[in-house]
Design a protein around this ligand. Sequence first.
Ligand code: PLP
Length: 406
Amino acid sequence: MSFDLAAIRAQFPILSQQVNGKPLVYLDNGATTQKPNVVIDAICDYYRHDNANVHRGAHALSDRATAKFEGARESVRRFINAGHREEIIWTKGTTEGINLVAFSWGRDNLRQGDRVLVSTMEHHANIVPWQLLAGQTGCELVPMPVDDRGQIDLAALDDLLDERVKLVSVVHVSNALGTVNPVEAIIEKAHAVGAKVLIDGAQAVAHWPLDVQALDCDFYSFSAHKMYGPTGMGALYGKRELLQAMPPFMGGGEMIETVSFAGTTYNALPYKFEPGTPNIAGAIGMGAAVEFLESFDRKALAEHEADVLNYAVERAHQYEGLRLIGEADHRAGVLSFLLDGGHPADVGMLLDQQGIAVRTGNHCAMPIMQRYGITGTVRASFALYNGRDDVDALFAGLDKVKTFLL
Ligand code: PLP
C-alpha cells in the first residue's frame, strides 16, 4: 500500500514522545485525534499575526481575521459538499449542533404525541437533548433496537416509522462499537413518512468523504477535534429552508439585525445561530484540518484505515480471552472489547504503563452498554497515522496485561 506512515507521523509532533518510558502508541482517536503541524500553525499564525474580532472592525486585522474565518466556513462547506455556505453553522462541537436542532427546530415543531427516534447505540449527546425536549414539549423519545452484532434492526425501524415520527436522529459511526449505520436507507425510510433526519457524524467525517446533498440528510453535526482539528469547535449542516424557518437558539450580538425594546429582528443565516464572539481560532483550525484531510487521496486513506481495522479485528478473533463488543458487517475506526478477568479500567491502566493510550468505560453510551449487559469496554480507536505496528503493539501490550491479571 502506497501510504507513507512515517512521513504522516512526522507531521504530528505529539506522537514522537515517550510515555512511561515507552514510545507512545496513541489509540484513543475516538475521544480526540492528534493535531498535525498545519493545524497548530494555522491557529498560532492567526494569534500571532491576525487576531481581531470578526465582521465588525474597520481595520486591516479584522478584515484578515474575517477573511480567514469565512474562508474556513467555505472549506467546511466544500468538505461535506453542502450547497450553500449559509448552511454551515459554527458550533462548539457535535453536542452543541444536536442541542441547537433540539431547542430550535424541536421546540418549534414537536408537540405531545410526536416522536423522535434514536438508536440504542447513541452517544449521550444524541439522547439527553431529546429527553430534555420531551420534558418540555411532551414529545416522546423512542429507541430503535440494535441486534447482537451491534446493527440497527431495520425491520424494527420499519415497524416504528409512522406519521407520529417527526425526527430520526442517528449516529453515522458508533463511537462505542464502530458500527457504520446504513444512514442512506434510514434517511430514505424516514423521509417516506415525512420525518426529518439528523445525523451525528462525530466519528464519521475523518474516515471518508461526505456528501450531504447526496445523502439528503436534513441536519449533520460534527466536531473538529475528531478530524485533526481543535477542541471546542464544530459545525452543524442544515438544509437552508429548514434553518431559515427555525428560530434562534441563543440570543446576543452578531445574531441580530436591529434591536429595540419594541422588538428585535434577526440576522441572516448563518449568523442567526452564531451569537457572541465566535471561536475564530477554532474555525481557522477546523478549516486547516479540512485542508489537511483534503491533501490526501481519500480513497487510499479509507483503504489504509480499513486495512488496519481489519487486521485488528482478525487478531482480536484469534486472541484468547478477548470478546469483541460490536461485530457489525460494516464498521470503522473502533475495536471495543473485554478481556477475561480484567476490568476495563485495569486493562487501560496497565496498557498506559506501556505507553499505549486507549479509552475504557461506557464511552458516553450507557444504553448500548446496558443492551449488552456490561458496564464498559476497552476501546482502541484508530486514525490515519495508525498502522499495523500499532495493532501489534496493542496485542503485545495485552499479553503483558494478562500476566498481571493471573
Ligand atoms: N457523538 C459521538 C458519536 C461521539 O463520539 C461524540 C464524542 O465522543 C459526540 C457525539 C460528542 O462530541 P463533542 O464532545 O465533540 O461534542
